[in-house]
Design a binder for this molecule. Sequence first.
Ligand code: F0G
Length: 420
Amino acid sequence: MAILRCIECEEEYPLEKIRYRCECGALLEVVHDLAGLEVSRELFDSRLGSLKWPYISGVWRYKELIMPDIPNSQIVSRPEGNTNLYCSARISKYVNHDNLCLKHEGENPTGSFKDRGMTGGMTAAKMLGAKVVACASTGNTSASMAAYAAMAGMRAVVFIPEGKIAFGKLAQAIAYGARVIQIEGDFDDAMALVQEASVELGMYLLNSINPFRIEGQKAIGIEALQQMGWEAPDWFVLPGGNLGNSTALGKALMELNELGLIDKIPKIAVIQAEGANPFYEYFQSGFKGFHSMKADTLATAIKIGNPVSWRKLEAVMKWCKGTVDQVSEQEIVDAKAIVDGSGIGAEPASCATVAGVKKLVEKGIIQEDESVLGILTGNLLKDPDIVINYHQGKLAGLKSSYANKPVHIKPTLEEVRKVL
Ligand code: F0G
């Protein structure tokens, strides 16, 4: 049986009661009885391509590692996952590294990696009898939660920073029927408010502070490894905002390692935007004193100055001997132009991954013979404004180095000839 355990004082709690933090205030994590689990590469491989519920999902294919005790009938799933790996000559050339694959989590049902954590969190919500679910969000979590809540017949309440989330994400939350509360403030203000409001008003909190979100989120790493024939890459590279995704990836790798399902421990590289880099600063300081900050970046998904999971991620980084780096706004938009122009496409925060790989290759931290699996976290269509503004040279203070500017012509063949 799995239990909840405090990451600081190790106090234990049952899974069946709603609780997000320990009495001591620290975060909780799900601890599985790994020795008692009957799992193998063969078991997971035998479910590949299965059309059987719930194993058709790229999360629940690994059910034993996610929520082993949950009856299948309780699972709320779209189904999610089953996202593809891409190797692109154009992107490899841009980052100056051949051995690079990108896993596109924008191919999830609501267009971001959040659906993996959400199927875990929403299944827990159902198990715990929740009627109303809530989250603060920079956009993708709210889009995902709104969709899953609608499917599960629950009310969804989302707290978003007013005017600061990408249009596609806001549209999704409204369309899926969530109660959308725009607050005067940033994501960190929304996160503080929703933690208080969920306790006071009896809403089940579905941010990544929720340990079941992390369990579902682990499946990115597990699925990626399965797609690579269980041969671990040297590096996983992904963007960091609230730091739930990188924490979950680390937890997955720790468990797979303990179970003997992987042969080596990959290093994790977490990439933050320069204007939203509290964990980068913490890493640089040798983990001496974490300081939150006022965040600012055009990659609004990761515009977070006080990430909830910094403490959990610290343990992960020490364990895998990974690294943390930061990328500028210019580096993010240029990497995005290349990712988009390669035909793959992703939202700005995702492209911090590619900008980060480029930087780590330049620095010699990622070495020539090392294999890299980068994670693209969200779909290109989430944030069309950035695309249009970049290609029209309208992003204030930034160069549009790879612009593909639309042209206007009179409707004559002669004019068409001129522009081709
Ligand atoms: N990429 C995208 C597209 C995101 O939406 C997020 C987080 C991240 C990266 C960072 O992941 O927070 O686990 O470190 N978006 C959250 C949201 C905060 O509300 O949708 P993280």
